[in-house]
Design a protein around this ligand. Sequence first.
Ligand code: BTN
Length: 245
Amino acid sequence: FGHAIHYVESVDSTQWLAHQGVRSGAKEGALFLADEQTQGRGRMGRKWHSPPRSGIWMSLLLQPQIPLNLAPQLTLMASVGVTRAIRRETGLPVTIKWPNDLLIDGKKVCGILTELRGEQDQIHYVVLGIGMNVNTPAASFPEDLKTIATSLAAESGRTYRRAKLIAAILEELEHVYDLYLTEGFEPIRHSWESFACMLGQSVTAHTPQGPRQGIARGLHASGALLLETDEGVVVPVYSADIRQV
Ligand code: BTN
């Protein structure tokens, strides 16, 4: 990964750069990177705060030969790879909040956004967007993010070289991707569970159909979170915001 790197100083979103890149012939493993995003995108139509040089804003192109319905596994795979890279480079206790928010001390340090194009049942390509708050001072987060976001520097009192982190992320992602393609999702699912926060705890899942209460039990191969309800039934949750009770 990262054998081809397309860097720009500022862009609306590196996701857009990557989609453009595919049209210009970019291949699997190509990386699209910016120092600043003016319209960084988050999941569920949210914005992603991406100020100049304070974080890693990048998108990686993947072209796995897997059916479309397995795409959620790729995002979970990515959260495992990125968690490993941060732990390795910083020693900070990063955990994963389902499905793929990376937290330190309950605050979000990194988000992952996958966008895919495909037809019929086959994936054409996947753009894996990674946004990581690296050297952002705690005080400089916008008011609405201050209580929910953090950065590696804010947590450790150190600053980090972004290039070194990026190299580690690419290395770990390549490793989990190879593992996924050769051995399937099971080893990834296992690692994901070992990094997950909230497993065994009471949570509320705010789903599009309304809130659901239960104990987070694990990850299903479909990518769903397994929730044990008060009646003792384990149900899969496919789309929700999870909060600890
Ligand atoms: C989330 O909502 O948690 C996902 C955030 C993903 C942000 C990254 S930054 C690089 C890439 N470009 C974007 O516009 N978004 C992703």
